[in-house]
Design a binder for this molecule. Structure first.
Ligand code: AKG
Ligand code: FE2
Length: 384
């Protein structure tokens, strides 16, 4: 979508290029200790220091690992253990919470019913959103939306309880990281509170990815990307070899894999927190040169990335980075991305401090309309 193709815009505007310390084309994702943001005893200076690291990461990469995040590993483990049990239930059971227009696009989506760029994604999942009482909303004179409603929570009590606790933890962490990003942008620390994102229209996805057919499991075979320790020529050679192997395995043209676990996309809102089971590398992040870099799960850290709304807010200074999921590990994988978004009714527009040297490059966008334009076209309900 042209509105969010901001990397070309960034280049055209000759915005600050990568500092040597954070050259995304040759290193892995930055690692940031966000502990001071959730610690009430931390000093302003400590928080500002984290803000500066967040600024570098958002400016240059759009992705980072956050450690010191404070979300208990027992909780994320139990959500993923319960998720595995739930996905193993018979289809009739899963069907009871199926996603459809009448469920307000919330609930279970079978394998292959999620579509990205016209292709079926090889995952099944459960989508949950902030719950909204349509009656209360109407009484308050607020507009209706096909997405508004209650969640069809998974039936299993232990799963449901873990998920509710997980959502609460992620809301706290997301708000804390946004305070740090605000500091890094030299905005008031509370910028993302109130009408902006004080009542986040969050999304929690519980995803199950079977391994894709074709490529056998090996340390680097599940990616067209390069290991961060390789030099450029070696990287290109390895990339070509991998493309040829994939072409052979899938019978497809180079660069156009028949099936992906989740196709290339950017996220819709503000901030995504990706907790995933250890041991399977599947998430890939697109570098400035168009290479796919692996973002393997890191013990004690969560992968964080910025979404479309940051482009608009910062007038193209921060741009969301394309990513995809390719699970060719030979093992299945569970991930539980949490999306900390703005308020549904928030109108997002370039902030004046980012429009001093260049006029606003984006029209104001009501977040809920952006979300609807995406979600209502994401599913193929005919898939079997
Ligand atoms: O499963 C993952 O690692 C990431 C999934 C993702 O990018 C998404 O749901 O937007
Ligand atoms: Fe994503």
């Amino acid at each position: 979508m042209a509105l969010f193709r901001a990397s070309a815009l960034r280049a055209a505007l000759n915005l600050r290029l990568l500092p040597a310390s954070l050259n995304f084309s040759s290193t892995s994702l930055p690692l940031i200790d966000v502990g001071p943001l959730t610690n009430s005893a931390a000093s302003v200076e400590e928080k500002q220091a984290v803000g500066r690291q967040l600024h570098d990461a958002c400016l240059n990469v759009g992705f980072f690992y956050a450690q010191g995040h404070g979300v208990p590993s027992e909780l994320t483990d139990s959500v993923m253990v319960e998720a595995r049990k739930w996905f193993a239930l018979p289809e009739e059971e899963k069907q009871r919470i199926a996603l459809s227009p009448t469920s307000h696009y919330r609930g279970w989506q079978r394998l292959g019913s999620n579509v990205t760029q016209g292709k079926r994604d090889l995952h099944e999942g459960i989508d949950l959103y902030k719950e909204v009482d349509a009656g209360e909303l109407a009484a308050a004179g607020m507009p209706a939306s096909p997405i508004h409603g209650r969640n069809p929570w998974p039936q299993t009590p232990a799963f449901q309880a873990a998920l509710r606790a997980y959502v609460d933890e992620c809301l706290g962490l997301g708000a804390a990281i946004l305070r740090g990003i605000a500091l890094g942008l030299q905005l008031p620390e509370t910028f993302f509170e109130g009408d902006m994102a004080g009542d986040s229209y969050w999304v929690s996805r519980i995803l199950y990815y079977p391994s894709l057919p074709g490529q056998p499991a090996s340390s680097s075979s599940n990616s067209t990307s390069s290991s961060s320790v390789l030099g450029g020529a070696q990287q290109r050679q390895q990339q070509q070899q991998q493309q040829q192997q994939q072409q052979h395995a899938s019978g497809s043209k180079a660069g156009s894999l028949e099936e992906l676990s989740c196709g290339e996309h950017t996220d819709y809102g503000l901030l995504t927190l990706v907790f995933a089971e250890p041991g399977v590398t599947a998430l890939q992040v697109k570098s400035a040169e168009g290479r796919w870099l692996d973002a393997p799960p890191m013990p004690g850290a969560v992968v964080v990335n910025i979404g479309d709304m940051f482009s608009v807010l910062t007038n193209g200074l921060y741009t969301p980075t394309a990513h995809r999921v390719v699970n060719r590990s030979g093992r299945d994988r569970v991930s539980i991305p949490f999306f900390y978004e703005t308020n549904f009714e928030a109108v997002i527009e370039p902030q004046p401090q980012f429009c001093v040297q260049r006029p606003a490059q984006f029209e104001p966008v009501r977040y809920g309309s952006h979300l609807e334009s995406k979600v209502l076209h994401n599913f193929d309900f005919e898939s079997k």
